[in-house]
Design a protein around this ligand. Structure first.
Ligand code: MRU
Length: 349
């Protein structure tokens, strides 16, 4: 498998680098991001996207802010840093990893007694978050790989791959781990209207690794299930609350269809994506601009004056989930939240 550095910290330049995912599959461009404003724009434009990668972006964002603040007095420095952290956290609302990554680094920094110490703690904590994310993906990949049969076909939605994490991926991490263990696996990538993360990103990264992938319109998934061409569905998650899974719009539709056809529906997510503190009703589902649905490039696809709804995520109840695949193992619903909280505490989260 070829390593993809989706997002990284460049210490000697005090900058974040990331792959601008809006250019793929035709343009591979690495961005050097030197300001919090630029990072927030990148998050909103989906240059950096996918829940775990957003967690890392949030963590590196606080680190970046800590290197740029000019205040010389510690209390003032901290005030500005908290303001910058609050701005980064709200760049996108649904994936919990973004606010989680910001809060993890802020928690480390709040203990510092000087600006120098705060910067050093921010660096250590942010880099640890990126490394832990990569480790979690490899671990959950191994747990998930055991569920795939040799010669099996996985249907996935959106992009839950290396581009959505610091490396390897969650749903695609499972596929990679299975392939690495010698199994032949092929993937149906739902194109994922309207921004086509499946067609553009999942197909790009699997092809790059030589893993067979076929892109289908989102609306073809049910028919392929009916034809018996799908062994199982694996998706990622932006947030797992006690009662629902939030993931890319279209996920719920696949879960309903999978249940109807008796096909296992798995959610692959690190514990950083679990949100024990909120019920589904409290989660804000991002609504994006009209143009993403109503136009294709410069061509209008919807008559002017006709309304468009563009929810970026939907909500799947736990009863449609066969199991959650995490870095600590495979968890079947009903989820034992005390256990999740204990494991998060052990991880220092
Ligand atoms: O809007 P996006 O592209 O950030 O949405 C991403 C998803 O919905 C992914 O499935 C999710 O973040 C899991 S990524 C491992």
């Amino acid at each position: 498998m070829r390593v993809l550095e989706t997002i990284a910290w460049v210490d000697d330049e005090k900058a974040i680098t990331f792959i601008d995912q809006t250019g793929l599959p035709t343009q591979y461009r690495l961005v050097r991001c030197r300001s919090v404003d630029r990072l927030i724009t990148a998050i909103r434009r989906l240059e950096v996207r996918g829940a775990p990668a957003l967690g890392v972006a949030g963590a590196f964002g606080v680190l970046l802010a800590s290197t740029k603040i000019r205040e010389k007095e510690h209390a003032r420095f901290m005030r500005v840093l908290r303001e910058e952290a609050a701005r980064i956290k709200t760049a996108r609302p649904t994936a919990i990893n973004l606010s989680w990554g910001v809060e993890m680094v802020m928690r480390a920094v709040e203990d510092a007694h000087s600006i120098t110490e705060a910067r050093s703690k921010a660096r250590t904590s942010a880099c640890m978050i990126a490394e832990a994310d990569a480790r979690a993906c490899h671990d959950l990949g191994r747990f998930g790989a055991a569920l795939l049969r040799d010669g099996g076909t996985v249907l996935t939605h959106c992009n839950a791959g290396a581009l959505a994490c610091s490396e390897w991926g969650t749903a695609l991490g499972i596929v990679r781990s299975a392939v690495e263990s010698g199994k032949e696996i092929s993937v149906f990538a739902c194109e994922t209207r309207p921004l086509l993360q499946g067609a553009r990103l999942t197909a790009w990264e699997l092809q790059r690794d030589g893993i067979p992938v076929t892109v289908i319109p989102d609306s073809a998934a049910a028919f392929l299930m009916q034809r018996g061409e799908v062994d199982l569905v694996i998706v990622g998650a932006d947030r797992v609350t006690r009662d629902a899974v939030f993931n890319k719009i279209g996920t719920y539709m696949h879960a309903v269809c999978a249940r109807h056809h008796n096909i296992p529906f798995y959610v692959a997510a690190p514990l950083s994506t679990f949100d024990p503190g909120n019920a589904a009703d409290m989660v804000v589902i991002e609504e994006r601009g009209r143009q993403e649905v109503a136009s294709c490039g410069k061509t209008a696809m919807v008559p002017e004056g006709v309304g468009v709804r563009n929810y970026a995520f939907d909500r799947t109840p736990h009863e449609l989930v066969t199991a959650f695949i995490t870095e600590t193992g495979v968890i079947q619903p009903p989820v034992d939240w005390n256990e999740i909280e204990n494991m998060r505490t052990l991880q220092g989260r």
